[in-house]
Design a protein around this ligand. Structure first.
Ligand SMILES: [Zn+2]
Length: 315
């Protein structure tokens, strides 16, 4: 029986999760630290080393053959560096080299977190069995990744499929990325909430002004909250339709906190897709919620390492 394992890391602005993952995607051991995101780069790296150290203390560590890392972006897989927007202490930080040194020279595979979630959804989730898929995370930001011709397509630097920064509004609001009218600038959780507040929506007595609170108000029939989700849905639909037209995906999978809003998002999203995805070869495009949940980053990072390993699985 095959016992080779991957040490997987899921590095975000809030937490650094680690796991020992087997060839079927089962997480056998776990370790986690809060990300000291406002500290200097070495302090953040120490948290990564603590996670790896805890995993290495397991008797299963001897079966680990490679390390897979899914990190908040941007990443540069070709250089082995990361510069997560929400971790200012890491700019062109040589994460691959540092993790390789920590793990005694194991091969290390680095991908962006959007690509990691795509790998997980293709392996075990809603994109399973689809050779051409776009998977997205819609939460604080909007990320994504592509499966093309049955294979994960991270691109040269590990960022391909970053749909959050496709412009869908030529004269739209400036985006922190430097462009304007990006999908993320309209459809991310904070931007859904911002739009609702600008248009006159007010939070309830608990003062919760998050996108989840806007979703709850929309579910209760609030027209301004509903309109903010509809606008986000249109931005997502335009980005998905553009992607489908370019590379002929037949499914788009949407996860993340906003993706969990259910019909408040998916009903207008499907209506808007019919409006934007009009050519014959994209009309059969479906859009569905993600299935892999909070472990998607870890499972996807493991998948990326397995895909690159010698003679290993085709997911
Ligand atoms: Zn942008």
């Amino acid at each position: 029986m095959r016992t080779d394992l991957v040490a997987a890391l899921d590095i975000g602005g809030t937490k650094i999760a680690g796991g020992l993952v087997d060839g079927r995607g089962v997480i056998l051991e776990r370790a986690q630290r809060a990300t000291p995101a406002r500290q200097d780069g070495e302090t953040v790296m120490r948290a990564v080393e603590e996670v790896l150290g805890e995993l290495a203390a397991s008797s299963r560590w001897e079966h680990v053959r490679s390390v897979g890392i899914g990190s908040a972006g941007p990443v540069d897989a070709s250089a082995g560096t990361v510069s997560p927007v929400n971790v200012p202490g890491w700019r062109d930080f040589p994460l691959v080299e540092r993790v390789r040194a920590t793990t005694g020279g194991l091969p290390v595979e680095l991908i962006g977190d959007g690509v990691a979630i795509t790998a997980a959804e293709h392996w075990q989730g809603a994109a399973r069995g689809h050779d051409d898929a776009l998977c997205m995370v819609v939460s604080t930001g909007v990320g994504g990744g592509l499966v093309l011709d049955g294979r994960l397509h991270p691109g040269p630097t590990g960022n391909a499929g970053h749909i959050g920064h496709i412009s869908v509004d030529l004269d739209g609001d400036p985006c922190p990325c430097g462009s304007r009218g990006c999908v993320e600038r309209i459809a991310s959780g904070p931007n859904i909430a911002r739009r609702a507040l600008e248009q006159g929506w007010r939070p309830g007595p608990d003062g919760d002004a998050s996108a989840a609170a806007v979703a709850a108000a929309a579910r209760a029939g609030d027209p301004v909250a509903t309109a903010s989700f509809r606008r986000a849905a249109r931005a997502l639909a335009a980005g998905i339709a553009a992607t489908a037209t370019l590379v002929e995906i037949d499914i788009a999978v949407v996860g993340g906190g906003v993706g969990n809003a259910g019909d408040i998002l998916f009903t207008p999203l499907r209506e808007s897709l019919a409006e934007y995805a009009t050519l014959s070869f994209v009309r059969r495009l479906t859009v569905v919620p993600a299935q892999t949940g909070t472990d998607a980053g870890l499972v996807g990072a493991a998948a990326a390492a397995l895909l690159r390993g010698p003679g290993l699985v085709r997911l």
